[in-house]
Design a protein around this ligand. Structure first.
Ligand code: ADP
Ligand code: ADP
Length: 220
């Protein structure tokens, strides 16, 4: 459970092949880094996994199903796609309660996930006063509302200070240790060396290498 499989995945935009016959698998219980330079096709791939972008060909599945075909997707997959945005005047806790209400989750779940990401002290502060690191944590808290087995994050360490990156590392490794699947993209090799157990490296939409991080790094 929690297996991600990308198979022959391709996305063609006019004359640009953003993702080109890409195949890889992601295992539960590990943090998998999805590494490649800007423009390599990481976001497009993650968006195809979440059925936000339609593949030209190939498939991207979670536990053998397309995201759109999962029963109870919120409990299955959490996604953090860009710096979290909330209504500026809303507090962190209210932002999460609104999502709970819309998704039919118990209201108390908002307090639990805020605690999980260490934002309880800022629960009643307004979103507009949050630092980038706090906004990122709020986005992660929202993704954790459904207690998903799979967490997908697009460049979550972007713009974080070293303390924020340390927190992110501990948090993601903790989720993996619970047996969850964690797929996290970055364009920085140094970040992946800190965060990831396994890496999938792409360039120009194509797979370059995949495997345990120390094995892949020693062969480069
Ligand atoms: P990464 O996340 O690795 O930076 P992206 O997946 O965002 O890469 O982009 C891959 C390539 O596809 C880039 O050249 C980007 O400009 C292009 N691209 C992404 N989305 C679109 C789109 N909707 N229409 C046209 N080109 C796109
Ligand atoms: P969707 O098709 O799911 O509505 P879009 O194609 O509008 O999504 O955009 C997908 C992502 O790619 C967005 O983050 C958007 O900012 C980016 N994007 C859209 N068009 C381009 C483009 N021509 N070049 C690079 N990135 C693009």
């Amino acid at each position: 459970d929690g297996q991600i499989v990308v198979s022959g995945l391709t996305k063609q935009y006019k004359n640009l092949r953003a993702v080109d016959d890409l195949s890889f698998a992601v295992r539960p219980g590990r943090v998998t880094g999805f590494l490649g330079p800007n423009g390599a096709g990481k976001t497009t791939t993650l968006r195809m996994l979440l059925n936000l972008v339609t593949p030209t060909s190939g498939s991207a599945t979670i536990d053998g199903r397309r995201y759109a075909d999962l029963t109870d997707p919120l409990r299955h997959v959490g996604a953090v796609l860009e710096a979290s945005s909330a209504h500026k005047g809303r507090t962190g806790i209210n932002h999460l309660r609104v999502i709970c209400a819309a998704a039919g989750l118990p209201r108390g779940r908002a307090d639990e996930v805020l605690e999980l990401v260490g934002l309880t002290p800022a629960a009643k502060r307004k979103f507009k006063g949050y630092s980038l690191g706090m906004k990122q944590r709020l986005g992660i808290a929202a993704a954790m509302l459904g207690d998903p087995r799979v967490l997908i994050l697009d460049e979550p360490a972007n713009g974080l200070d070293p303390e924020g990156i340390r927190w992110m590392r501990g948090f993601l490794k903790g989720l993996a240790a619970q047996g969850r699947t964690v797929l996290v993209s970055s364009h920085l090799l140094s970040e992946m060396q800190l965060l990831a157990d396994d890496v999938v490296i792409i360039a120009a939409g194509k797979l370059v290498r995949q495997g345990p991080v120390e094995q892949v790094m020693s062969s480069m």
